[in-house]
Design a protein around this ligand. Sequence first.
Ligand code: ADP
Length: 616
Amino acid sequence: MNFIRKLFSYFFRDELTIKHKLVNVILGMAFLVQFPGLIVTIVVGTDFWGIITQLIMLLIITFVLYMTNRYPQSPVPAILIATVGNLIIFPIMYFVCGGYGTGIVIWMLFGAIFTWLLVDIKGSVIISAVNFILISGCFHVEKNYPQYVKYLETRNDEILDTSIAFIFVTVIFGIIFKYQTFAYEKQAKILKDNDEALRKLNEELEEANSRLESASAAKSNFLANMSHEIRTPINAVLGMDEMILRECKDKQILAYASDIDSAGHQLLSLVNDILDFSKIESGKMELHPVEYELFSVINDCYNMIFMRAKRKDLQFRIKNDPNIPAFLFGDEVRIRQIIMNLLTNAVKYTKDGSVTLNIGFKNIDEENIELIVSVKDTGIGISEDNKKYLFDSFKRIDERSNRNIEGTGLGLAITQKFTEMMGGTIEVDSVLYEGSTFTITIPQKIADKNTIGNFNERLDRRNTKDDQSDKPKEAHKEKKFTAPRARILVVDDVRMNLNVVRLLLKNTEVQIDLASSGDECLKYTLMKRYDLILMDHMMPIMDGIEALHKLRVQVDGLNIETPVVALTANALVGAQEMYLNEGFVAYISKPVKAAELEECLLKFLPENKINKESDE
Ligand code: ADP
């Protein structure tokens, strides 16, 4: 019993196709009919050739059954059964078993139909065509040469033979069709069950996914809140430290304060990165497109990077296409952040050589350009293997060799996200130990068709002007002055620019307050009276012109009459006139130079607060 069950589960195992299982049914039945038939023939022992024929048939059936199940993918066994049965066995049996008047015709019909069940269409057509010719041939031969047919002895035998064939074929077909229906139903049930299981799995996956998403959102929210909360005390620490740096005279304490300042700024930029990153992750990051001046962005980057590069003895070059439109419309703050991230990395990961910032553009149409910014360095480079990890968050590559270089692995992830949010792309070209070039391409709207001009030429012009003013050294010396009782306010949204002005004016001993927005400026002007205000033009939210207008009509304002000088990167023709019309007393264009600032102070500070060196 166990053996039969095993045999059954082997011949009808799940991996077999229905067609294949059918072949097994047919062969199995043929075996079950043939085997007892052979035993009976041997026992009766009358027909020697009958025994041989049945033995050969049994061997063929067993062989095909074996091959079918040994190579279940192969169509050969089915073709073999159909071909051998229809084209060899049945025609022989036709002549041996009594011809037209017996059951052989029913068997032949059975074989012909069977072919269509087992073999594919093309094979069935070919086998059936040959079969048809052969059967017609058999009929023809019997009609014209009846001596070749071994007829059964009596008419009764013929009727019996036909009846047996009829019963067998009916039973076989019945079983086959029933089995086929059963197999299809089983398959359909399996499919339905699978479908159900899949649906359940999908539901579970969706649930797990939404749990994950909410966990990740909670994490991002937590990070965003934390970063925001941490920034407030850091700003206080840095602000207080700034006061120490400004007012303390003790060298040792100044050194401590300067360490606090640099560590504090590092911490601040780290927290800012995390804040940005978690905002991006939680989908809360929004772009704030404004009209901005590209030159001012380049200048800010120059100011922020120049000293860092110099400290490492790196050459820092800027190249720009002078035909880029001067004013663009886009998220200035994020664009500056992207360029700064790339420049900071270039300086960080370069020991010697140079860092080059290249700014170009491509026209898209009348109103839009693609801004192309590339940062090239001659630094450590990135291996092919590591390139794929570059933009992963919190992933630093070559951690071991970079362990002395500070970083979190967030800069490039943020840069990539910002670039993509603006519809741009970022590309890296790098050769290990030779250097890297990061290129970003960002679509921007043109806000003003005037062109930007050449940054270096403007810088050179300024330097030469300075040199010339330096020429008679004595004359310059004469100009030297201090104004410790004078108080000025500098307003610029980029902290580094504020520091540049503060450092450039250090020798004058002027008291300087720094405000990083129009709003902050208006808070200072309610609290203190200034002798002069230096105001950046392009600032987010409230620009310099708007701040000046508000200042002039500020209720309880202490600086309604204080002279305000525009600090701007706008060096276009007509700029001076525009600023004077708006109410500024003068304008200084960026990059800012010490001599120019000093001249400005001499001109606008009250004379009684200025101590000229030659006076002393
Ligand atoms: P990090 O804070 O570590 O600098 P980033 O996301 O800015 O994080 O950069 C990820 C990694 O990419 C860095 O750790 C560094 O290994 C590599 N990398 C970035 N910029 C450069 C570059 N200009 N030259 C070589 N390697 C770089």
